[in-house]
Design a binder for this molecule. Structure first.
Ligand SMILES: NC(=O)C1=CN([C@@H]2O[C@H](COP(=O)(O)OP(=O)(O)OC[C@H]3O[C@@H](n4cnc5c(N)ncnc54)[C@H](O)[C@@H]3O)[C@@H](O)[C@H]2O)C=CC1
Ligand SMILES: O=C(O)CCC(=O)C(=O)O
Length: 427
């Protein structure tokens, strides 16, 4: 990383993690921003970062404290928007990076939001349903004063789902004294959720994978796909690819790795995961050592789990044609360079997984107007947004002879910094 980054005083150099990846991505786009680059520092620090203590009474009567975060990276183009993650390894610098990637993503697909993200450092698998509800409600109360339908709108991310969103919406509404459905998206349909939101991220991944495959003359029917992460994004993407005639030959999650060259029966695997919580123990494919996953020969590789999975260590072994980033931040900058040198096309997170927030935007619009659209209408609009965003970013990549990631950042940072410049700094 270049030496000139002025880090916020609450981050140590050795704690950078994904935030360091993000800063390098910003360094790479800066030379393409012309006079707007005088505002670049705006993107290198979050606008607002809140750390909260979340105490709850456990079922056994003891008290546990969890650390929670909500970071609003940028609100130049609209309210903060982004998911909420429950994971034992969540840190402030990770949530900062995730919030920054939301700013870039929302601008890349041109939805009228800034970027935000939240997290709680907890292994939710160790909590009962009651404990999970109490933790969610307490966290929501603690961040209550910085979220709202017009200020910052959370949504599901790793280990959170529509039930968690329902508890958040209810807690926020209790504090407001009125029902405020628009405070979160990814809600249950019966509480103002949108048809198609659950599948939206995976559908967006599928659409951009098809668009990029078309660019390199790859047929999706019969294509070999490997997917890391078999949750909301990876599991549903696997289903969409197999419905389109592709072969999902390898899958990895936190419980194990599976391989079947003839193609895994995705519906059966989804059923197994719904019953057992992970892919381990599925008998319709061979178990594989975790590290072997990265060396498999495939046509499309989809990281759809956590950050920092493709590094300079495993990137040299990757044998695929396209990497489509379902996860946020799965590829480090060094790995990005290696994949590029090997002629592997990388479709970055900020466009590849933007389908989720796009339908979150549709949900928010539907909540405000109390008028709900059909699933066909939603999927149709989603596909149009994804295709148009992909086409314009692809064009910028060709014009500037840069990676698709840098092209997406050129488009997004120009939109954000233009808004910043037009708004000015005063009073
Ligand atoms: N849910 C959404 O709408 C969106 C999610 N994303 C990103 O997609 C990624 C996955 O999110 P979701 O599918 O929503 O989460 P999820 O909680 O539904 O699924 C996460 C999956 O990752 C797997 N996983 C966790 N640790 C792993 C490890 N060390 N090795 C291999 N697999 C591991 C889990 O087993 C699970 O299958 C995250 O990076 C998230 O930020 C991005 C855009 C929107
Ligand atoms: O739907 C949303 O608001 C955000 C989803 C999310 O967290 C993401 O795109 O990474």
């Amino acid at each position: 990383m270049s030496q000139h980054h002025v880090l916020p005083s609450y981050l140590r150099q050795d704690e950078l993690g994904p935030w360091g990846t993000y800063l390098q991505q910003i360094d790479r786009v800066t030379p393409y921003l012309g006079s707007l680059s005088r505002w670049i520092e705006t993107l290198k620090r979050p606008k607002r970062a809140l750390i909260v203590d979340v105490p709850i009474e456990l079922d056994n009567g003891t008290v546990a404290h969890f650390e929670g975060y909500r970071v609003q990276h940028n609100t130049s183009r609209g309210p903060g928007k982004g998911g909420l993650r429950y994971h034992q390894d969540v840190t402030l610098s990770e949530v900062m990076a995730l919030s920054a990637w939301m700013s870039i993503k929302n601008a890349a697909v041109n939805v009228p939001y800034g970027g935000a993200k939240g997290g709680i450092r907890v292994d939710p698998r160790k909590l009962s349903r009651g404990e999970l509800e109490r933790m969610t409600r307490r966290y929501t109360s603690e961040i209550n004063f910085i979220i709202g339908p017009n200020t910052d709108i959370p949504a599901p991310d790793v280990n959170t789902n529509e039930q968690v969103m329902a508890w958040m919406m209810d807690t926020y509404s209790m504090n407001q004294g009125r029902t405020a459905t628009g405070v979160v998206t990814g809600k249950p349909i019966t509480l103002g959720g949108s048809l198609g939101r659950k599948e939206a991220t995976a559908r967006g991944v599928f659409v951009v994978a098809c668009e990029s495959a078309r660019q390199i003359g790859l047929d999706i029917a019969g294509a070999r796909i490997a997917i890391q992460g078999f949750g909301n994004v990876g599991g549903i993407a696997a289903r969409l690819f197999s419905e389109a005639g592709a072969k999902v030959i390898a899958v990895q999650d936190h419980t194990g790795t599976l391989y079947r060259p003839a193609g895994i029966e995705v519906l059966k695997l989804l059923e197994h995961v719904a019953q057992t919580g992970g892919i381990v123990g599925f008998t319709g494919a061979e178990p594989l050592a975790a590290d072997e996953f990265w060396g498999l020969e495939t046509d499309i590789l989809i990281p759809a789990a956590l950050e920092g999975q493709i590094t300079e260590k495993n990137a040299p072994r990757i044998r695929t044609k396209i990497v489509v980033e379902g996860a946020n931040g799965p590829t480090t900058p060094l790995a990005d360079d290696i994949l590029n040198e090997h002629g592997i096309l990388v479709i970055p997170d900020v466009i590849a997984n933007a389908g989720g927030v796009t339908v979150s935007y549709f949900e928010w619009v539907q909540d405000f107007s109390s008028f709900f659209w059909s699933e066909d209408e939603i999927n149709h609009r989603l596909e149009r947004v994804m295709r148009e965003a992909f086409a314009s970013i692809w064009q910028v990549a060709l014009e500037h002879r840069v990676s698709v990631r840098t092209a997406a950042y050129i488009v997004a940072c120009t939109r954000i910094l233009m808004a910043r410049e037009m708004r000015g700094l005063y009073p």
